[in-house]
Design a protein around this ligand. Sequence first.
Ligand code: CIZ
Ligand code: SF4
Length: 302
Amino acid sequence: MDTIIKRIEQLKKEKDIAILAHYYTDSRIQILADCVGDSYFLSKTATEIPQKTILFCGVTFMGESAKLLSPEKTILMPDSTADCPMAHMADIDEIRAVREKYEDVAVVCYVNSTAEIKAHSDVCVTSANALKVVKKLPNKNIYFIPDANLGRYIAGMIPEKCFILGDGFCHVHTSIKKENIQKAKELYPEALILAHPECTQDVLEIADYIGSTSGIIDYAGKSNAKVFIICTEMGILHELEAKNPDKTFYSVGHRQFCPHMKRITVEQVLEQLENADNLVTLDEEMMGNANKALEKMMVMSK
Ligand code: CIZ
Ligand code: SF4
């Protein structure tokens, strides 16, 4: 493994390639990355760093978002089969049907979606800015896709709007069960429960804090509590433990890991640095439309 890591370091320098990795990737990937973060932060970082070529260790929709925000850069993916099922859980015909049925509707699309779905939406949101963006929309009706759990959570905080929810879900976050959290809480009564809004409603109801991956990391860092039950993908424990050596973090089930993110291996990272042949490419017209939805989000989330 040491020789592989040395070769990766050498190739990165030689070819001037930056490695970005999502919090949900294997900790071995996070260690060798130049930057680790959530999908939106990483896409923004891709626009800001000087390197013209980026190796994005994440699932397809994350690489697509990086390409949308940095069309002039080369975005490489270590594993073209690492794809997020939820990103596909919205249907273009269904979007058209909703637009026909409701006069005053905004199609709001969570960034965990394909570029094609983004291109058919009015505005994108992240879990961190969804509340702010949707509140500002002039429309009475909100078609929220693809994640029903995030949509329901946001809808609960904006009672003046009428939400039509998509039926997408993340199988990792929905596998986190309230009963298992309660069992963990019996063992560690002083623990705070920190949950991602992709979790089911009953889990969110018992959470002490609900937020994005970055939100959870910030909250745990600032909190006076010493023990936490973490209700999101367990790759985040790497960053939480590194930043808070005096605190303890528990996950609640063996299925709390994303098999798609975990497909990415150190060997694939090396292979992509050597061959640089798995590029993210997107149709120009689709890019233009998807970008409009992303740019609208940036303006509205200020
Ligand atoms: O569930 C995911 O894949 C998340 C939260 C991704 C991200 O960073 O937005
Ligand atoms: Fe998709 Fe869920 Fe994996 Fe995130 S954790 S990439 S939403 S399957």
